[in-house]
Design a protein around this ligand. Structure first.
Ligand code: MN
Length: 205
């Protein structure tokens, strides 16, 4: 039986910016539930059971209509959180190729941060803010609910979960404080790796 992957670090690894209790609930309850419901949705579809969740989200048009909503919501929730965990780490310097590209596009780190923060604050209700490559262009975009940029043909480089479950225990209604704190736990090394991976694939085309 397939199981949800463990969090790739300790639950308290992001303290004090993201607290241990939030990480426990977020991974062990919320993420676990998306995973379980996703598996339940594709249970009777052998061709989907053998497919990677990323490929499934990339080709939503191939999903039978009776399970499409469940796949978008729970498959999206499963994938988005998998990705989110990987770009979180404390005290990682903003550097590498991606930092140069961000500075080229936004002019300064502060400008980039401002647009990213405003985007995250502008998500109405539940959703995500992303830094993506969209046809080779860096962009900041938002998605509602558990919709994934993967389904929009974009390549995710960085994301923040702005569902209340991601911050409410520690920050209550103060999403701004959570988004500000998030900037202390961005794993720029990983973001840079994702960026270089795309570039490498471009060269091999
Ligand atoms: Mn979440």
């Amino acid at each position: 039986m397939k199981q949800l992957e463990n969090l790739p670090y300790a639950y308290n690894a992001l303290e004090p910016y993201i607290d241990e209790q939030t990480m426990r609930l977020h991974h062990d309850k919320h993420h676990q539930t998306y995973f379980d419901k996703f598996l339940a949705a594709i249970e009777n579809y052998p061709e989907l059971k053998n497919e990677n969740v990323k490929e499934i989200l990339r080709h939503l048009n191939k999903i039978p209509s009776e399970i499409k909503t469940a796949v978008v919501n729970h498959g999206g929730g499963y994938y988005n959180h998998n990705f989110f965990w990987t770009i979180l780490k404390k005290d990682v310097k903003f550097e590498g190729e991606i930092s140069k590209e961000i500075l080229k596009k936004w002019g300064s780190f502060d400008k980039f941060k401002e647009e990213f923060k405003n985007n995250a604050l502008g998500v109405f209700g539940s959703g995500w803010t992303w830094l993506v490559l969209d046809k080779n262009e860096l962009k900041i975009v938002k998605t509602a609910n558990q919709d994934s940029v993967i389904s929009l043909n974009m390549i995710p480089l960085l994301t923040i979960d702005v569902w209340e479950h991601a911050y409410y225990l520690k920050y209550q209604n103060k999403r701004m404080d959570y988004v500000e704190a998030f900037f202390n736990v961005i794993n720029w090394k990983k973001v840079n790796e994702y960026y270089l991976e795309v570039r490498k694939n471009d060269k091999n085309k």
